[in-house]
Design a protein around this ligand. Structure first.
Ligand SMILES: NC(=O)c1ccc[n+]([C@@H]2O[C@H](COP(=O)([O-])OP(=O)(O)OC[C@H]3O[C@@H](n4cnc5c(N)ncnc54)[C@H](O)[C@@H]3O)[C@@H](O)[C@H]2O)c1
Length: 336
């Protein structure tokens, strides 16, 4: 029985409380949130859980094996460092940390302490994304030309980080996973309207090997909630729509064939091909539950989870490069 504690019961943390409460081989011993009003909501529903306002109280009073960290991004590094120093396995929300040295320090410390460090890149545990990866890696989409993501909504507006840091880790993690490649360079633009300290909207371009281009549009200042990824291959074009649970994937049998032989340029033609649109049946389980189960399984075995410290560091590396580019008005930043 793995004993767990959760830090941060804001918008996202309660999902961990619900899910881990439904899984048999673990027990939530305690939860921490510095905001008393957040704790009050859960005391009646979870009478067997201890609630604290200070994480130091938790370390002083409770014996736990693992910590789930769902506090704001700016606190991730210090929360994770303290948890590892107290010899806890950790599942930490994305992004792992905001500098490469911090990411590497956490990954190294987890290794030295023989503890699991997993980052909450939930989309790696989404059945539609897993399905799409197999489809791309089997070559069914053909050569990938480009891939783009739209992640927009009105809110939630963060106080500690901009929309690039808050939202694009999802799409960066999906691109790295689907393509099985790291980008060589990144550029980013953004703009602040509500508060001149933080960009409300950002546009990132990722440059991969073989000429593959990735583009990400994130915003918390937009009228429509959109969570879509489009993959353009030379054989098929595919849409992943995360807010359509019944038909998350559409495969468009559309392509452009170029005439190979022509004697002069006036004979050159491109032939547009438009075939069927196929909607494969994909049975969706809850991605966060899959992620939580992998965390527990990694502790039991022990094995390395898919979104381990190294993967989390790769995502943060792209984020940090994108932030550098954003601050330099979109110059292309090489990612080594
Ligand atoms: N994987 C996903 O799809 C997803 C979705 C939303 C949020 N997140 C991530 O989850 C994390 C939390 O996001 P959120 O939307 O729940 O934020 P939130 O601001 O709603 O909640 C954060 C909570 O942490 C508490 N907190 C802050 N500092 C603390 C401290 N030092 N000790 C104890 N409690 C503290 C706050 O009181 C608050 O209740 C972020 O890292 C975010 O990126 C992930």
């Amino acid at each position: 029985m793995i004993k767990l504690a959760i830090v941060g019961l804001g918008h996202w943390g309660p999902n961990y409380l619900r899910i881990f409460s439904q899984i048999n081989d673990c027990k939530i011993v305690a939860c921490v949130d510095c905001d008393e009003s957040r704790l009050e909501n859960f005391k009646k529903i979870y009478p067997y859980v201890k609630f604290y306002r200070d994480v130091n109280e938790l370390y002083k009073n409770e014996k736990t094996d693992a910590m789930i960290i769902a506090t704001p991004t700016s606190s991730h590094f210090s929360m994770a460092l303290q948890a590892l120093q107290n010899s806890k396995h950790i599942l930490i929300e994305k992004p792992l940390a905001l500098s490469i040295s911090e990411c590497m320090q956490l990954t190294q410390l987890a290794k030295e302490k023989n503890k699991i460090l997993m980052v909450g890149h939930t989309f790696l545990y989404n059945d539609a994304v897993i399905w799409l990866k197999k489809y791309i890696q089997n070559g069914q989409a053909g050569r990938i030309y480009y891939i783009y993501a739209t992640r927009t909504n009105l809110g939630p507006i963060r106080q500690d980080v901009n929309s690039l840091i808050d939202l694009s880790p999802h799409d960066i993690s999906i691109f790295l996973y689907l393509l099985d490649k790291k980008p060589k360079a990144v550029s980013a633009h953004g703009a602040s309207f509500l508060n001149n300290q933080r960009e409300d909207v950002a546009f990132l371009t990722l440059y991969f090997d073989e000429g593959i281009v990735g583009h990400i549009h994130v915003s918390w200042l937009d009228p429509r909630k959109v969570r879509q990824i489009t993959v353009i291959g030379d054989k098929k074009m595919i849409l992943f729509d995360d807010i359509n649970p019944f038909e998350p994937i559409r495969i468009y049998d559309k392509s452009v064939k170029q005439q190979k032989e022509y004697s002069d340029y006036s004979e050159f033609k491109t032939i547009l091909y438009e075939g069927d649109v196929v909607i494969p049946k994909i049975y969706l389980s809850e991605p966060l539950k899959n992620q939580c189960k992998e965390f527990l399984a990694s502790i039991h075995k022990p094995t390395t989870p898919l979104s381990d410290g190294n993967f989390g560091t790769e995502v943060s590396n792209v984020l940090i490069g994108a932030m550098k580019s954003l601050n330099q008005k979109g110059t292309i930043v090489s990612l080594s």
